[in-house]
Ligand binder design. Structure first.
Ligand SMILES: Cc1cc2nc3c(=O)[nH]c(=O)nc-3n(C[C@H](O)[C@H](O)[C@H](O)COP(=O)(O)OP(=O)(O)OC[C@H]3O[C@@H](n4cnc5c(N)ncnc54)[C@H](O)[C@@H]3O)c2cc1C
Length: 485
């Protein structure tokens, strides 16, 4: 009998846990530790953030699904990992603090044979004074944040209906943010909503980003084919913004946010302020502050985690210069080298280097997007960890370990506005691979046949279809495992 503990019931962790239930024997145990009682299809929070969907359309309760699938569920936060056991406890275990209202604040210890760290990001609003829901800007990172953003946006629309001009700022709340695709999509949606409300002429919509140029998306931009012609994500995104009258401020690090004003520094060294009536600014991400201890109780957090709090796995963390990194520096099994029964998947693993060229302002402020780890790669990594754990349980040392590097993985980004079947449009991009491989694809680092973009209603339908498919899959309805990650 083996016991697999999954930390995090998000896209990567929930995918891993569900696959484990069908890959392992009945006598094996699958345990999920996650602080929220609900699962959230985060990509659709964008639609909640403009009032086009309700919270219950993008979330559902995990408890009943885990009961049906025989998964042991602990609504709790993992706080520490003891991969060698500890002075009082022989085998590997984790520390948790319960968030379940019935046991809130209670401390617990859970044994494991295999551990999947899928704890995603800590939403690091604290990195920028005044940023976020406890400060002066909104977010769409959780369904709750998105509900508040929608209410504030509607209030701005009401003011415009009374004839007041409004400045609506959407973008990144720090120079090192990732997830530019989400902010881009939200900007698209805000513009759509304002136009639908008949007040477009009274809205100044500003996209404030840490990207050096539009279309970078944290992946150093894309060269792709559109209707048989080669173009770049820069040209494409600039034209989308121009058509919609959205003004972009690029290369910006938000220094602080005050009531109605954001202060930012730019790559040219200038310091500027922008007054706003509504601002949705995403936070930078870091790891979730897990600690690690060896058998004697000595702190080994620095060995297992990078300074940004993400877990170090089978990647090259030597920190060589940007120009020298290679596709193979990226992890492919997501195992912790010293403890191969620990996997870190989704946003929880530490990327070995930037994909976007690192840039600093003259005063040394880092202003460049961190590498994105979007939903599709996160789901693929979750399934990969489950597959390899099942293989290790069955075959021990002779297990055939499978690989899935982001340098050999595709990702799709569909920035869709509107939410009905007829009223919507989307800018859809697919890239392969996510991490450029300049040896395989010497010109751009990516396959031109498999990297493409389209604009139109069909992309919007795909996004809607994905929404319903992934909610269906997340609920583990019949045939769920046939839906690809
Ligand atoms: C607004 C927005 C829109 C997006 N849109 C898209 C899109 O259109 N397409 C796309 O591909 N990607 C999109 N993404 C990115 C996508 O949501 C992420 O790639 C994905 O959620 C990452 O999966 P994950 O499992 O690593 O993290 P998450 O899904 O965030 O899951 C992490 C889980 O770990 C839990 N957790 C946190 N701390 C602990 C702890 N200490 N112990 C135990 N559990 C813990 C969390 O509560 C959460 O349940 C979007 C992201 C945002 C913010």
């Amino acid at each position: 009998m083996a016991r697999v503990v999954v930390l995090g019931g998000g896209i990567a962790g929930h995918t891993a846990a569900l696959h484990l239930t069908r890959m392992l024997k009945r006598s094996d145990e699958v345990v999920v530790v996650t602080p929220n009682s609900n699962w959230n299809w985060i990509p659709s929070n964008i639609w909640v953030g403009v009032g086009k969907m309700k919270t219950d359309q993008v979330t559902f309760k995990l408890g009943p699904i885990y009961k049906r699938k025989g998964i042991e569920f602990h609504q709790a936060l993992a706080t520490a990992i003891h991969p060698e056991g500890g002075p009082q406890r022989p085998g590997p275990y984790i520390d948790v603090i319960y968030t379940d209202p019935a046991r809130a604040g209670e401390h617990g210890e859970l044994d494991y044979d295999y551990l999947v760290n899928a704890t995603g990001p800590k939403l690091n609003f604290g990195a920028t004074p005044g940023l976020g829901p406890d400060g002066h800007s909104y977010s769409v990172c959780t369904a709750g944040h998105a509900v508040d953003a929608s209410a504030a946006l509607q209030a701005a629309i009401q003011r415009m209906k009374k004839g007041e001009r409004q400045v609506l700022v959407v973008g990144m709340g720090h120079g090192t943010c990732t997830c530019e695709g989400a902010a881009f999509e939200y900007a698209f949606n805000v513009e759509h909503e304002v136009r639908q409300a008949g007040v477009r002429d009274l809205a100044d919509i500003v996209y404030l980003t840490n990207e050096y140029e539009l279309g970078d998306f944290g992946v150093d931009g894309l060269t792709f084919t559109q209707q048989g012609f080669q173009t770049t994500s820069k040209l494409w995104t600039e034209s989308l913004f121009r058509e919609r009258g959205i003004r972009a401020i690029t290369g910006a690090h938000v220094m602080s946010v005050e009531e109605g004003v954001v202060h930012y520094e730019q790559l040219d060294g200038s310091a500027n302020s922008l007054f706003f009536d509504f601002a949705m600014l995403l936070p930078p991400f870091r790891g979730v502050d897990l600690h690690a201890y060896d058998a004697d109780g000595a702190d080994i957090t620095d060995e297992l985690f990078a300074p940004n709090g993400f877990m170090k796995v089978d990647a090259d963390y030597s920190g060589k210069p940007f120009e020298e990194w290679r596709a193979e520096d990226w992890p492919s099994t997501y195992q912790v080298p010293r403890f191969p029964k620990i996997f870190a998947v989704g946003i929880a693993f530490a990327p070995p280097h930037q994909i976007s060229r690192p840039r600093k302002s003259p005063s040394g402020t880092v202003i460049s997007p961190s590498p994105p780890r979007t939903g599709m790669p996160s789901g693929i990594m979750g399934k990969l960890a489950a597959t390899n754990i099942a293989e290790m349980i069955k075959h021990g040392d002779s297990a055939q370990i499978r690989t899935a590097s982001m340098a050999d993985m595709a990702a799709a980004c569909v920035a869709s506005a509107g939410s009905g079947l007829r009223q919507g449009s989307a800018a859809s991009m697919t890239m392969y691979p996510v991490v450029p491989d300049l040896v395989k694809y010497p010109n751009t680092g990516r396959s031109l046949e498999d990297t493409f973009g389209e604009i139109g209603l069909s992309g919007h339908w795909i996004k809607l279809l994905l929404h319903y498919m992934f909610i269906y899959k997340g609920k583990a309805r019949p045939g769920w495992h046939l839906i690809p990650e």
